[in-house]
Design a protein around this ligand. Structure first.
Ligand code: GLY
Length: 253
């Protein structure tokens, strides 16, 4: 169960965020509205939400998930692979010190973004991507081992972050799409297949038995409901324009 979440309000400079989406420039006012709805959805799932103020220095700073990996035993401050995001970690370290006694960090030349890391109980799948390198993944695995947890790596071919293509929804249920569907290491899960035309919705979040799903993907929503979950839809279209999804918008712990 999660009791807490951390989010950061979108900044006006989000229009300068990194993107490959080709969906146009995000509308800041709409993003602010959508972000408030996202916070409400988290609260409806029973978590206490810490809301950080917008940071105009970092256009992508609304995507707080990438800068820290939160585990039951420690927090790991990452070292984002995107140059324009590296400065986001300093403030996050201060904030997490209020919640965690054990704070570790990834050091250069290791890079990692936690959008590339999926927790399944005490095991963590780590995507090797343009943002997370082998050295970063090795550092994460060493830290996890130190606290009695484990990690393994997965090489990404097409997607930005590992969790662009998969979300663990507890109870052995794994929402999965595209390049990951046939990978042997995921066949032990009950795979909730996401169709290519709804692939964006693979990034959804389990929060205390409810799954928050992006608005506008009816087939995925039906699949998740059929697997036994209550769902809450949140429109995150403005964040999608920056390659961001539901999970990227919060740290849940
Ligand atoms: N725009 C989010 C990211 O690239 O990290």
């Amino acid at each position: 169960m999660f009791t807490k979440a951390i989010v950061r309000r979108p900044c006006k400079n989000m229009t300068q965020g990194i993107t490959s989406a080709n969906l146009g420039t995000p509308d800041y006012d709409n993003a602010v509205k959508q972000h408030k709805q996202y916070i409400e959805a988290l609260k409806n799932c029973g978590v206490e939400v810490t809301v950080l103020e917008a940071n105009e220095n970092y256009p992508d700073s609304v995507f707080v998930e990438d800068v820290a990996l939160l585990t039951p035993h420690c927090a790991i401050i990452t070292n984002p692979g995107a140059e324009t995001r590296k400065g986001e970690i300093a403030e996050m370290r201060k904030i997490l010190s209020k919640f965690y006694k054990n704070i570790e960090e990834i050091k250069s030349p290791g890079t990692a973004e936690a959008g590339d890391i999926m927790m399944v109980g005490s095991h963590f799948f780590i995507g090797l991507s343009a943002r997370t390198n082998k050295e970063g993944a090795n550092q994460i695995i060493s830290i996890l081992n130190k606290y009695g947890m484990t990690g393994s790596t997965e090489t990404l071919e097409k997607v930005l972050h590992l969790k662009t293509g998969m979300s663990y929804l507890e109870n052995n249920n794994l929402a999965l799409c595209g390049e990951f569907l046939t990978k042997p290491e995921f066949q032990k899960f009950n795979i909730l297949k996401v169709d290519d035309d709804e692939s964006y919705s693979t990034n959804c979040i389990w929060v205390n038995g409810t799954v928050i799903v992006p608005k506008g993907f009816p087939k995925s929503k039906a699949t998740i409901k059929k697997a036994g979950y209550k769902t809450i839809e949140v429109d995150v279209s403005e964040f999608r324009k920056l390659d961001g999804g539901l999970s990227c918008l919060s740290l849940r712990f």
